[in-house]
Ligand binder design. Structure first.
Ligand SMILES: *Cc1c(COP(=O)(O)O)cnc(C)c1O
Length: 403
């Protein structure tokens, strides 16, 4: 297949609005954190219904800041999911705590019952990940957190545009008053909105917000920083060794316009996901992603599960054959226990995740992004179907819905 017709796994949607705003930023003379980041922070916290927001240069930085602000100590345990990007676990190790992996549900999200079984007197926090943009059962997580006095930091890298029980991820549950300590979002190139690289961390706790802000910029006291930037004063005080995690105005120039386009992006993602599910549902050789009645999926990823018993090839071969057919696919994620960095923990009973390990060889992410055309979505679905048929152990022609 020619490169021209190749359907890439991902392509960003950057328009003239973003380009013109970046140029205007460069002409303004203010390149680092300034007025555009302040505007983006404000519009973002209004979108997710949280009173405090801090622009950061990645979601990883946001997760690290939130964990650092919890003042964890060596020996403290933080429970998260094994089906996530390595960053979620790396930051736990960076603050000196011990990562503990809970298993997942068939919908690929962390299983609150498994979390409950992992809680020990050393547990300090839970980091749920809203996998693919499908919200975690947060009420169950918040109930556990309240009962055991645990912190909750949400990894919202996939969840820009996700709604849990009527509220955007980031808002908590205003009806019950339950909230997480912080929520970290990603604007990485492939995410639902992008600044190239970037992120945002939101919280409902003013003190926590101030602490993250100090840690975000070298540990320089907020008042000193204000005087420094507003009045051009040169004096500042470093209160603790912080990080360099701020989001600059060139990135925020992109973010301001991406956020404006988010409703349109989400509408397209939902429409394409529905189309995939209509075209691929009911086949014996694969399962389509699960949804939840009380949640709105942000459809960051469209992950199918192959029924390996029903086909003659494995997932890796499936990916290679899709590539031969001119379609890029991906896998989210290689489970944490399979990475060498996690080897010292992988054998421990507290990190055994049989559901995840059985899921991993079956999962495959199809291309899904607003820059795709509907025709391309239909083409991808047809290629998946035709490939599946060619490697099916049984003839699926007679299976209901498997036309
Ligand atoms: C992308 C991603 C991150 C990291 O986001 P960055 O902005 O690249 O740091 C963290 N967690 C998950 C689940 C992700 O998919």
């Amino acid at each position: 297949m020619s490169q021209q017709n190749y359907i890439a796994y991902h392509k960003p949607s950057i328009g003239t609005e973003e380009i013109e705003e970046v140029v205007a930023t460069m002409q303004s003379g203010w390149l680092t954190t300034g007025p555009r980041t302040m505007q983006f922070e404000k519009e973002f916290r209004e979108y997710v219904n949280a009173p405090h927001s801090l622009g950061v240069n990645s979601c990883t930085a946001g997760l690290h800041l939130a964990l650092a602000a919890l003042n964890l100590r060596k020996g403290d345990e933080v429970i998260t999911t094994p089906l996530t990007f390595c960053a979620t676990v790396n930051v736990i190790i960076h603050v000196g705590a011990t990562p503990v992996l809970a298993d997942i549900l068939p919908d690929c999200n962390i299983d609150p019952a498994s979390v409950a079984r992992r809680i020990t007197p050393r547990t300090r926090a839970i980091i749920p990940v809203h996998f693919a943009g499908l919200p975690v059962d947060m009420d169950a997580i918040w109930t556990l957190a309240r009962r055991h006095r645990l912190h909750v930091i949400e990894d919202c890298a996939h969840a820009i545009g996700s709604f849990y029980r009527g509220w955007p991820i980031g808002a908590g549950n205003p009806e019950s008053g339950a909230q997480s300590d912080a929520c970290a979002f990603s604007f990485y190139a492939t995410k639902n909105i992008t600044t190239g690289e970037g992120g945002m961390v939101t919280t409902h706790d003013e003190t926590f917000a101030e602490r993250m802000k100090v840690l975000c910029l070298h540990g320089i006291s907020k008042d000193a920083w204000k005087r420094y930037s507003a009045q051009g004063q040169w004096k500042y005080e470093v209160l603790e060794p912080g990080f360099k995690y701020n989001l600059g105005d060139i990135q925020s120039a992109l973010g301001i316009h991406q956020l404006k386009k988010l409703p349109r992006f989400l509408e397209t993602r939902r429409r394409y996901a529905k189309l995939y599910s209509e075209l691929l549902g009911g086949m014996a050789e694969l399962e389509i992603p699960l949804e939840k009645a009380d949640c709105e999926h942000a459809w960051h990823l469209y992950v199918i599960k192959l029924n390996l018993d029903a086909i003659t090839i494995n997932r890796d071969e499936f990916i290679a054959l899709m590539k031969e057919r001119g379609i890029g696919t991906s896998v989210h994620f290689i489970p944490i226990p399979l990475h060498p960095f996690f080897a010292p923990y992988a054998h421990l009973a507290q990190n055994q995740c049989p559901v995840t390990m059985a899921m991993y060889p079956r999962i495959l992410s199809l291309p899904l992004y607003p820059a795709m055309t509907e025709k391309e979505v239909i083409h991808v679905a047809n290629e998946v179907k035709s490939l599946v048929r060619s490697v099916s152990k049984t003839t699926t022609l007679a299976v209901a819905g498997g036309r």
